[in-house]
Design a protein around this ligand. Structure first.
Ligand code: ADP
Length: 608
């Protein structure tokens, strides 16, 4: 006894493999539970539906063509239908399709049964609903190009893929995947094909020369997996030219902006209200001497600002932030002490944009290191003051000089005239002495003027040679044997023969004589002492007096050109300036110790 038709249908209904029967005009006439469930329908719903209402729209015409090719001599065809799940896995459904004919050779119906068994037991069982949905929507109407290949043979290419690659007719199922890569992706083909590992997903962004002539950028995702003993590949091809160009443009613009900010030394800052921190550009980090990328909180900035600027800074920021206006602005200039560094001046501007949404409040601005400009400004101010002072002193000097020169000159002219008028012998001696002294004074003034001119012109000629200091002191002693103030003791302590100094003999004498002359000028009683001592490689020569002394505030000025503390004093105000230039040019130094009312000591230090 053989089973009847109903028995057979009952058995088919219980198989876990999907089974269905189609009429010759592709209407479902019978399905089992497994197929209905697999497609996500109720069994009764499917019956009387046509093929295109149930399977993927894209695939129905392909399948119909294959069914139509069935004949009594060629009753069976098998097809592998690739489906993509939402997790990206590819399911290969293997369908057995068969035409059932009556004795006259008339087609009665088609009979189809699928094998959905997976090779790996660990794999998630197939979700029929997903398969159907994803297959039909993702494959067919996707905005992404899709290629599915099995064992290197392309099974499926969607229209979008052909459009992206700009190739239509040549790209067909059955084509070899490696050939497609080589033909269309040229230099990148090798890399794309090198994804040998199965069950991996790789991403590439490649440049693609579109056949219409334009250069484009493609994103290619390749998911390779083993399925039912076969190598399955899903390729997703996307045209990302616009995104890529935007990225390049944004990157270029960002780099240019960074360049400009670096060149200008300007840093950007922004307050991140949500996270209570500050966003800084690299330059801002550099200005504060903080490692780039460090998290910056309110207290970090606050502690960097010097205490005297802190409260005014905080007040101004608070005032601005509490401002209800749409926009706010403030300029700042204060001193900071970055970690491990000298304090520096910074300047900048802050902008507040309140907007309509309180969450969208923006507070941002720029900052720049101002230290160099501040130093420059201070130096400029000093130079200006110095120039003004120098100008004032010069004017005074010129006025004074005419008086200084005229006095001895008048004496010379006047007393020379008197000499011609037959004076007595006593008068002759007196007149000659006055003429002699006035000539010396005049000569001294003219010498000073010539010296200062040479110093200013940088042409003062100074030779350095080894000198025995004792000889020089002896010569000076001789010069001062006669002087106008015999009450004042002049002590010249002659050093031993070994005391030597490297200097210009005449110029050194000139300086010491000038210092002794000054000491006489500003000392009314007591003594003047010239002495020398050796200190390492230096010879220290000092001229001290018990005179009026020099107030501390004047001590730093007396070496300046034309400076005279007392405008009634006799002299050009050039002596110490000349002395300092001479000593410095000989590689030495001139310093001063003085106490008003007690006296002064001028110290020369020279190489020994
Ligand atoms: P001057 O020709 O006016 O003496 P100097 O350059 O030699 O010019 O001295 C500058 C000023 O320094 C003097 O006007 C004086 O005020 C002060 N000075 C120099 N030497 C002494 C000293 N030994 N004691 C007190 N004041 C002095």
């Amino acid at each position: 006894m053989s089973p009847d038709c109903n028995d057979l249908l009952l058995i088919l209904n219980q198989t876990s493999d999907p089974v269905f029967f189609l009429s010759p005009d592709f209407v479902f006439i019978w399905t089992n539970e497994a197929y209905a469930e697999y497609m996500g329908f109720k069994r009764e719903e499917i019956l009387s539906m046509s093929l295109e209402n149930v399977i993927a729209v894209e695939y129905a015409p392909v399948l119909k063509t294959k069914f139509r090719s069935i004949s009594p001599d060629n009753r069976i065809f098998e097809n592998i239908y690739p489906s993509v799940l939402t997790d990206g896995s590819i399911i290969l459904e293997t369908w057995h399709n068969e035409g059932i004919f009556d004795e006259q050779g008339e087609l009665k119906y088609f009979y189809c049964i699928a094998s959905l068994k997976e090779e790996s037991r660990e794999k998630k069982p197939l979700s029929p609903m997903q398969t159907n949905l994803v297959s039909s929507t993702l494959l067919g109407t996707s905005l992404i190009g899709i290629i599915i290949s099995v064992d290197n043979e392309i099974q499926y290419i969607n229209g979008k893929c052909k459009e992206i690659l700009g190739v239509y007719s040549e790209m067909k199922p059955g084509m070899n995947l490696s050939r497609l890569f080589n033909d269309y992706f040229g230099d990148s083909a090798e890399e794309l094909l090198s994804a040998q590992l199965r069950n991996t997903t790789d991403n590439w962004e490649i440049e693609y020369h579109h056949p219409d002539g334009h250069d484009s950028w493609l994103s290619i995702v390749r998911k390779a997996q083993r399925y039912n003993g076969k190598n399955a590949d899903l390729l997703l091809v996307e045209d990302i030219t616009e995104r890529k160009l935007n990225e390049i443009e944004i990157k270029t613009a960002r780099n240019r902006l960074a360049d400009v900010m670096r060149i200008a030394g300007v840093g950007y800052w922004e307050r991140d209200f949500e996270n209570k921190r500050w966003i800084w550009s690299d330059e801002t980090y550099d200005i504060y001497n903080v490692t780039r990328g460090t998290l910056i909180r309110d207290e970090d900035i606050e502690s960097a600002v010097l205490p005297e600027f802190r409260s005014s800074r905080t007040n101004r920021i608070e005032e601005l932030l509490n401002n209800k206006k749409q926009k706010g602005f403030f300029r700042f200039e204060y001193k900071i002490q970055p970690f491990n560094m000298e304090p520096k001046w910074i300047e900048g501007e802050g902008f507040l944009e309140n907007g309509t949404d309180p969450d969208k409040k923006r507070f941002y601005g720029w900052v720049r290191d101002l230290t160099e400009r501040k130093i420059f400004e201070q130096e400029l101010q000093k130079a200006k003051e110095k120039a003004e002072e120098s100008e004032r002193l010069k004017t005074f000097f010129l006025a004074n000089m005419s008086h200084e020169i005229r006095t001895p000159l008048n004496a010379i002219v006047g007393f020379s005239d008197l000499l011609t008028r037959d004076p007595s012998d006593d008068e002759k001696v007196k007149f000659k002495s006055i003429i002699n002294q006035s000539s010396k004074l005049l000569l001294k003034i003219i010498d000073d003027i010539l010296d200062i001119s040479s110093i200013e012109a940088g042409t003062l000629d100074i030779q350095s040679e080894q000198l025995i200091l004792g000889d020089i002191f002896n010569e000076i002693k001789f010069l001062f044997l006669e002087n106008d103030k015999p009450d004042i003791d002049l002590n010249i302590i002659i050093p031993g023969e070994s005391a030597c100094v490297y200097a210009d003999r005449e110029r050194l004498k000139q300086v010491i004589i000038n210092l002794i002359n000054n000491a006489y000028k500003y000392t009314s009683e007591g003594s003047i002492t010239l002495s020398a001592s050796k200190n390492n490689n230096e010879m220290v020569i000092s001229v001290s007096d018990t005179g009026i002394g020099i107030p501390p505030e004047e001590q730093e000025h007396i070496f300046e050109r034309f400076y005279q503390s007392d405008t009634f004093s006799k002299g050009t105000g050039l002596g110490l300036t000349i002395s300092r230039s001479i000593i410095e040019q000989m590689g030495g130094k001139i310093t001063l110790r003085s106490e008003p009312g007690k006296g002064s000591t001028f110290i020369l230090t020279l190489p020994a």
